[in-house]
Write a protein that binds this ligand. Sequence first.
Ligand code: SF4
Length: 741
Amino acid sequence: MTHTSRLSQDKILELFKQDGLLSQQIKGFEARLVQQKMTANVIQAYNENKIALIEAGTGTGKSMAYLIPALIAAACNKERTVISTNTITLQEQLVSKDIPVLVKALSLNVKAALVKGMNNYACIRKIEEAQSELRLLPDQEAQELEKIVAWKASTKDGSRSKLSFVPSHATWERVGAESDTCTRNDCPYYQECFFFQARRQANDAQILVVNHHLLFADLSLRAETNNYDTPAILPFYQNVILDEAHHIEDVATEYFATRVTRMEMTRTLNRLSSEKQNKVTGKLPLLKDKIHTVFKNAPPTQLSKVLSSLNMDLPAMRRKIQDYIQEAFLSLTLFAEAAASSPNEESNQGDVKLRLLEHHQRHTDWPGEVIPRTQQLADELLRYSQSLSGIEASLKGVDHDSFQEQTKGIRFEIQALAMRLDSMARFLKEFISVPTTKQQVRWLETQKLRFFTNIHLVEAKLDISQALVDFLFSKFPTVVLCSATLTTNKSFDFIRERLGLTPKLLPHKGITENIYESPFNYPQQAMLVVPTDLPNPSQEGYTEAAIEKIWECIQASRGNAFVLFTSYTMLKQCYDRLVVRLTENRYHAFKQGDEHRNILLHKFKTTNYSVLFGTDSFWEGVDVVGEALRCVIIVKLPFKVPTEPIIQARTEALIAQGKDPFLDYSIPTAIVKFKQGFGRLIRNKKDRGCIVCLDTRLITKNYGKMFLNSLPACRQLFAEGPAVKDQMAEFYRMTYHLVAK
Ligand code: SF4
């Protein structure tokens, strides 16, 4: 795959000039040198079939810098580009704001589409079928389904996000489109199908905006079929731009992992048949009903065996499986809880993650309890799925057009669900008996829910660099990877190594690297504060001291602060100790987990003197502009939890390669996250504030220099005692003019 013709760098950069077309057409457009340089890098990647690694600080205007070459390649060369991001917020911003503005300003005849995964759309066939089950459903599901039926008649695109309420998982499973239960061309609703209509629109578009997960689904199907020039999940494309590219390794690891959970297995089983509130629902009872309806309660003798199976054998097997699920997953949960040394730090419920190692499997409970119970479950699941295939084989031979037509969709779905159970059973067998290779890691993960403990059985690849090279980097002429946080200590070494962008794996591919600092005036707008009189986070008394320091900083900034944690346990401790003091002093305290993230964020933005206590999801992808956020407190340096199974296994793999896992893995990943947290504060040129780091390792340890060197240059205050609060208050006084303008 190569490009048809070159993009003209001179002509494109003309557009960005002070008096260029963009200034004339877009209100508020400002010529920025860093944006022009980044655009030139993207053009070079298009023209010379290169991979471009670009770190562009906040305010560079990176979306425009990659969109303009992509739009011009689409208009002039008829080349399609996929733009993949990690968050829906950025996808929506690109499709509904940035791209339309540029298409209009440049008078281009280019279409863009936001392509979402299939399960985001309602399936018309499933909605129709679910209506026949309406009277059998539990009340809440029946009410939700009724609302969805009414909505189906008026919705234009059938997208779940357009529903006026959030349907329960069980309801959406009943009506959401899925690749394995979709009958495609055989479906009577194929022409009007919401998902396929969206795909037809995508076929007409030259810019496809997707999330990383959907991109990997497409790439993996292409790799399976060696198809790089016709549609797969996405229409055919030549170029890939990955924004928020610092997430690629994590998303790819999750995508290529296999995960079986107790909840998922139970749900799949329930979709086939389940009893709730004395009502039997599911595809199997529905099939039985259809047989009786079509044959007017006098089914041919040919169907006697099938009916007996539906009436007797399958329900008996299902009951057995339910018991076996209970026993097998309980034995796995107890095993994990007994063997794990400590609870998972990210959890607030005492959940555990246990990396499965050889010595665990030598424990008497493994062969004594876990293996026999899991084996028993897997065998019964296989028997169940084979019986379901047997039913399909019998029904296929029934020579009755109306019966075939009316049961086609239901039977297809039953087969798809049987296949899912079959794959789960095979995975269970492998999980308990086949040893892992050096490239794999397996773990058990418990998750306490209201009525039971769910457990995940996971197998993941340790290193996804080869997969990324095989599926992506070696297959497309142009790949641009950009983010505000790709480098550590001003170098791309870490990301290059993790993603496989090395001469060893890509000997013939040109790779360019560029770093663009944020154009904001950090020395004027921001101050990094490290209180030097705090104990080290691992020392006794740290939490107490940190709580007092958080309080002082909140007083200095008069709230409007994020307090970012690396563990929910510590977040809760600090929140519980501060909430009364905050409320008594008229501050508004919000805690992650109390409400949906977006609702919390909205309340934080619209309430003055507010303080938000957050973990993971508030470290990035959160844009609070202006005085609503004037202080970010980072409680600890965000090192990944070393006992996390995948981290532990990667650490060992690095040691085996003769590398230093702390230096080569822990520090760089922590720096990327630290930069993200730091980056929450200054979102435009009128923002100002303090970033306080309560982890003194930032200035006492040698590696602290690497963290500091990775940040934009700004004022620094390393002080102790009341000086911290006083000087922060002074900073806010001195910079007030920035916001008062
Ligand atoms: S084509 Fe597939 S997704 Fe669309 S309505 Fe039919 S079965 Fe559902």
